[in-house]
Design a binder for this molecule. Structure first.
Ligand code: DON
Length: 567
């Protein structure tokens, strides 16, 4: 087992005053985020962030903390945190070495490209989005085990025990959480073969405890047996029995075969910043590099008069780039994704030749570029440890509560990631993104993702750790957060709290968060030919910035319960 050496980073001078503020500072809109001198964890749930911080205080490294946070989120944030789903982890060691781990779900061996079509060839999104057929083979547990084998430094049990405790003893619900779980109870009941009564037997209210005994037992198997605690033995039997009862197709062979993969991270630059992000089977990193590579040649500003030009530019980039996504992005183990061509400057310049600074190009006039070649819920967390190692990790069940199938007796919820495949050429998935041949369903293939866990360097040094949930809005939200900091001089918390806008190729519109309103800006965009649409919040970015004086500033998205914990 190779271990990370994690040599000691130069000790940062102790800013005792800042430290004191850092412990008490609560992120608020447009204020500085939590500050820390040594280490920081930012995740979607305060209990998970606290678990990560405790691991770091015990001397664990960023990967140890990431494993513990991942497992804690599977308990306290079961709408997206998971052991029945998958995700990606981007790692930067303090000496600049980078890694990316792909633990994305795979299509079951018995999956077929037409499995979500009826006899007339009509798409059946209800089947790819809910119930037993919607699940890909889970990758999360294999991913955590693999990350541990390469980098883990504390005993494995210490990383899993906090999650077991939270599941066994329960945790207290806020009003929002109580409402959320009450609202989802009927869906879980409908799609699971055995009524998961701990979720469904009562309407939750603030102050209730959510206790998950079966999940605690499953986590105990994982603690005691590692990979085998999930992919074989009792838990695997329960999963396959659930599939058999519910008409699903994941079998023992799928579980035995599943393997996460270390992949070369995708790298690019923006001015003097280095970008380290996730490559296929995510398209998110490619999209982010395409957007940054294109905008690099323009001067952008968020001043009153110029913001409209920035939004116009961003929208025009996104519609061209998302057309590329539909045509060329997929699992590179199955389809030759032309990554290098898609991100080269020449290609991007050619692609943007039709850009008119005054007028929107209708998406109907846009096709993919010419390549010369043969839910809604996810969760992201960012971690920097006291030695300067960084982890950026996004994990998902796809939609809220995934397939809404809770594996009877094992207590965990299965993903509905199969909907991220193109279930029929040209038929939009739940995020409205289109796909075709490249992303068709094939046995043991990984479905195309937009998740973009990213790490930035500035002049070669660690600068930012960033990522978000949000389906197809992920790369555009990461992009905006980066631009807010590097071009618009915002701090981390402010960059995260700023209103977000999203466009893709189709539908042909700019969506904006309903908390935002600016009549004049909207008029100016309409004058350029854009269609605007209000929607709920976009993404939940959790990020960390290294400030000029070396302190760490957290950006914990105020759109959710996201919380930073640092020291
Ligand atoms: O991999 C993807 O791109 C999607 N399954 C992510 C889903 C997601 O972010 C939903 N959250 N809001």
């Amino acid at each position: 087992m190779t271990k990370l050496s994690f040599p000691l980073r130069n000790q940062i001078i102790i800013f005792s005053l800042l430290l004191a503020i850092g412990f008490s500072c609560k992120p608020q809109k447009h204020q500085t985020g939590l500050l820390g001198n040594k280490a920081m964890v930012v995740s979607a749930h305060p209990l998970a962030s606290e678990v990560g911080k405790t691991i770091l205080l015990k001397g664990g490294n960023a990967v140890d903390a990431a494993i513990a946070v991942h497992m804690a989120l599977a308990v306290v944030y079961p709408q997206a945190g998971n052991i029945g789903g998958g995700g990606f982890m981007v790692i930067r060691e303090n000496d600049g070495t980078v890694h990316s781990l792909d633990y994305r779900e795979k299509a079951p061996i018995n999956a077929d490209k037409d499995m979500y079509l009826d006899a007339e060839g009509n798409a059946l999104p209800e089947k790819s989005q809910n119930g037993h057929l919607a699940s890909g083979v889970p990758g999360a547990v294999d991913g955590m085990v693999r990350a541990y084998e390469k980098f883990g430094s504390l005993p494995w049990e210490q990383l899993i025990n906090p999650a077991i405790k939270l599941a066994e003893n329960g945790f207290e619900l806020t009003e929002k959480e109580a409402d959320f779980f009450s609202a989802y109870a009927s869906k879980l009941k409908k799609h699971s073969t055995v009524d998961p009564t701990h979720f469904t037997s009562k309407s939750f209210k603030k102050g209730d405890f959510l206790i998950q005994k079966d999940l605690a037992r499953t986590l105990t198997y994982i603690r005691d047996k590692g990979r085998d605690g999930f992919y074989s033995g009792k838990v695997a039997d329960l999963l396959v029995e659930e599939m058999t009862r519910g008409g699903g197709i994941i079998n023992h062979q799928d579980l035995k075969h599943y393997s996460s993969k270390w992949r070369t991270p995708l790298r690019g630059t923006y001015k003097n910043y280095g970008i380290i992000t996730m490559g296929p089977p995510s398209g998110g990193g490619i999209i982010l590099l395409q957007m940054l590579g294109t905008i690099e040649d323009y001067k952008v500003s968020n001043s009153k008069d110029k913001f409209v030009d920035y939004l116009h530019l961003k929208t025009e980039m996104a519609r061209r780039i998302f057309a590329d996504r539909a045509a060329y992005m997929a699992d590179s183990d199955f389809y030759p994704v032309p990554i290098n061509q898609l991100i080269t400057k020449d290609y991007l310049l050619e692609r943007f030749k039709s850009f008119n600074p005054n007028k929107a190009t209708p998406s109907s006039e846009i096709k993919e570029g010419e390549i010369d070649q043969e839910s809604e819920e996810t969760t992201h967390f960012s971690i920097i440890d006291p030695d300067g190692n960084a982890v950026s990790s996004t994990t998902t069940l796809n939609g809220n509560m995934g397939s809404k199938v809770l594996v009877a007796g094992a207590g965990f919820i299965l993903n509905n990631e199969m909907d991220d495949f193109s279930i029929k050429p040209g038929f939009p998935n739940m995020f409205g993104v289109l796909g075709g041949e490249a992303n068709k369903i094939e046995p043991e293939k990984r479905m195309l993702s937009s998740m973009s866990p990213t790490i930035l360097e500035k002049d070669g040094e660690l600068f930012m750790v960033v990522g978000t949930p949000g389906g197809s809005t992920i790369p555009t939200s990461v992009f905006q957060t980066i631009i807010n900091v590097v071009e618009f001089d915002m701090g981390m918390q402010q960059a995260v709290d700023e209103p977000r806008f999203h466009s893709q190729w189709k539908p042909d519109l700019i969506s904006y968060e309903n908390s935002f309103s600016n009549k004049r800006l909207f008029e100016d965009l309409r004058k350029k030919g854009h269609i605007l649409k209000e929607r709920g919040s976009i993404g939940k970015v959790d990020a960390i910035l290294i400030r000029d004086n070396g302190t760490l500033e957290a950006g914990a998205d105020s759109r959710g319960m996201d919380t930073a914990a640092g020291f």
